[in-house]
Ligand binder design. Structure first.
Ligand code: RB5
Length: 148
């Protein structure tokens, strides 16, 4: 189950991704927003990320204009690893190297075809472990020291 959320800058792409997921029978829960009226990405980003953090959802997809604001929100939560992703190769690496459980997409810079390619790469990839596990453990140590 995917948690999906956007602000107004990502709303149109969110609706297209939902349509694609419906066609493919992929389950998701939509945490808003509900129109392209101007709003604030932290509201929807944090709702979706909390659902991943508490395991109500397996992974999260966040969409704002650049993907950057949503990424900043997501990475404030312990155990969440998120980055804004612009192409297929980066989508794959985001899973293989970083085991990202949340992906952010730049709604103002990619179209639905590009989003689908990126999501397929991220969803289809496997975490490679090994040295990458060591690095993720280092991130966990940083979290323990710096987050309450
Ligand atoms: C909203 O105008 C825009 O700032 C937002 O969608 C996002 O790109 C922020 O990082």
């Amino acid at each position: 189950m995917f948690a999906i959320a956007s602000d107004h800058g990502g709303y149109a792409l969110k609706e297209e991704i939902k349509k694609y997921f419906d066609e493919k029978g992929i389950e998701y829960k939509d945490f808003g927003c509900d129109s392209d009226e101007r709003t604030d990405y932290p509201i929807y980003g944090q709702a979706a990320v909390k659902a991943v953090q508490n395991k109500e959802c397996d992974r999260g997809i966040l969409i704002c204009g650049t993907g950057f604001g949503m990424t900043m929100v997501a990475n404030k939560f312990k155990g969440i690893r998120c980055a804004s992703c612009w192409n297929e190769e980066v989508g794959k690496l985001l899973k293989e190297h970083n085991n990202a459980n949340v992906i952010a997409l730049p709604g103002r810079f990619i179209n639905i075809s590009q989003a689908v390619v990126i999501l397929r790469a991220w969803i289809g990839a496997e975490f490679l472990g090994g040295r990458h596990t060591d690095r993720l453990q280092m991130i966990e140590e940083i979290e323990k020291e710096n987050m309450k």
